[in-house]
Design a protein around this ligand. Structure first.
Ligand SMILES: CCCCCCCCCCCCCCCC(=O)SCCNC(=O)CCNC(=O)[C@H](O)C(C)(C)COP(=O)(O)OP(=O)(O)OC[C@H]1O[C@@H](n2cnc3c(N)ncnc32)[C@H](O)[C@@H]1OP(=O)(O)O
Length: 215
C-alpha cells in the first residue's frame, strides 16, 4: 500500500476502537478474525480507528480548516472545536456504531464489518436509515481518503431495499470505480453476513479539496 496522500496521519495515537471488545457479538468477532487472517499475506490491511479527528493538536485543526475550508472557518467556534470527536466513535461500547474496516489495495476495496447497537433504532427493531447512511459515508469516505487524501462527500445516493435488523452484523462493501480529475466515484452495498440479503445499495461522489479554492 502506498503512503496515504497528503500524509496527514495523527501525530498522537489514541486507543484503536476497531479492535474486539467484550460487547461485540459472536458474528462480529468471527468476521474480524476471518479478515485478520486475510491480512496475514498482506492482501488486506486492517484500518485502525480513533475517536478523535485525524489531527490532535488544536493548531493543526485550525490550520487545516483555514487552509481547506476558509469560508466555514469564519463560523466555527474554536473553543468548541477542542471538544470535537468523531461522530461514529462516541457511543458507549455496544450501544451505537461498532465497526471495523479492512482495505484491499489491489482491488481498491474497503470492507466494513458493522453492528448497529440499540441506540441506533429507527422503525421498531430496525436500524435507523441515517445510521446506515452514516456508515456508508464513513466506508466510502475512507476509501476516497486512502486514494486521494483530503476529500469531501459531494453526493451520496442510497437505495434502501430491505430493513436492517437492529443489532445484526452486516458487511458494507465499497469499491472505488473511477477517478476523474478531482472527482472520485465509489459504489457500495450493504449485505447480510451470509450474503443472502442485499439491504442497501449506494453510489457516491467525493471531491478532492483544492486549497486554492474558497470552499
Ligand atoms: C489509515 C487509514 C486512514 C483512513 C482515514 C479514515 C479516516 C476516517 C474517515 C471518515 C470518513 C468520513 C467521511 C465523511 C465525509 C463527510 O461527511 S463530508 C460532509 C458532507 N459534505 C459536505 O459538507 C460537502 C459540501 N460541499 C462542498 O463543500 C463543495 O461542494 C465540494 C464538495 C467541496 C466541491 O466544491 P468545489 O471544490 O468547489 O468543487 P466544484 O468545482 O464545484 O466541482 C468539482 C467538480 O465536481 C462536480 N460536482 C461537485 N458537486 C457535485 C455534485 N453534488 N454532484 C455531481 N457533481 C458534482 C462539479 O460539477 C465539477 O465537475 P467538473 O466541472 O470538474 O467536471
Amino acid at each position: 500500500m502506498r503512503p496515504l496522500a497528503g500524509s496527514y496521519l495523527p501525530e498522537f495515537f489514541h486507543e484503536d476502537h476497531s479492535l474486539p471488545k467484550p460487547s461485540w457479538s459472536k458474528d462480529m468477532r468471527l468476521l474480524f478474525d476471518q479478515f485478520m487472517k486475510k491480512c496475514e499475506d498482506g492482501s488486506w490491511i486492517h484500518l485502525p480507528s480513533y475517536n478523535y479527528t485525524l489531527f490532535q493538536r488544536s493548531q493543526d485543526i485550525s490550520a487545516f480548516i483555514h487552509a481547506y475550508l476558509p469560508t466555514a472557518s469564519k463560523l466555527i467556534n474554536e473553543e468548541k472545536l477542542l471538544q470535537a470527536k468523531i461522530f461514529t466513535r462516541n457511543f458507549e461500547d455496544g450501544l451505537g456504531f461498532e465497526y471495523v474496516m479492512f482495505y484491499n489495495d489491489v482491488e481498491k476495496r474497503v470492507v466494513c464489518v458493522f453492528e448497529g447497537g440499540p441506540y441506533l433504532q429507527g422503525m421498531p427493531g430496525c436500524l435507523h436509515g441515517g445510521a446506515i447512511a452514516t456508515m456508508i459515508d464513513a466506508t466510502v469516505g475512507t476509501s476516497a481518503m486512502i486514494a486521494e487524501g483530503i476529500v469531501m462527500t459531494a453526493n451520496l445516493n442510497i437505495n434502501f431495499k430491505r430493513p436492517v435488523p437492529l443489532c445484526s452484523v452486516v458487511l458494507i462493501n465499497s469499491q472505488l470505480d473511477k477517478i476523474e480529475g478531482r472527482k472520485l466515484f465509489i459504489s457500495c452495498n450493504v449485505q447480510s453476513v451470509d450474503e443472502k440479503t442485499l439491504y442497501t445499495e449506494a453510489t457516491s461522489l467525493f471531491i478532492k479539496l483544492d486549497p486554492e479554492k474558497q470552499v
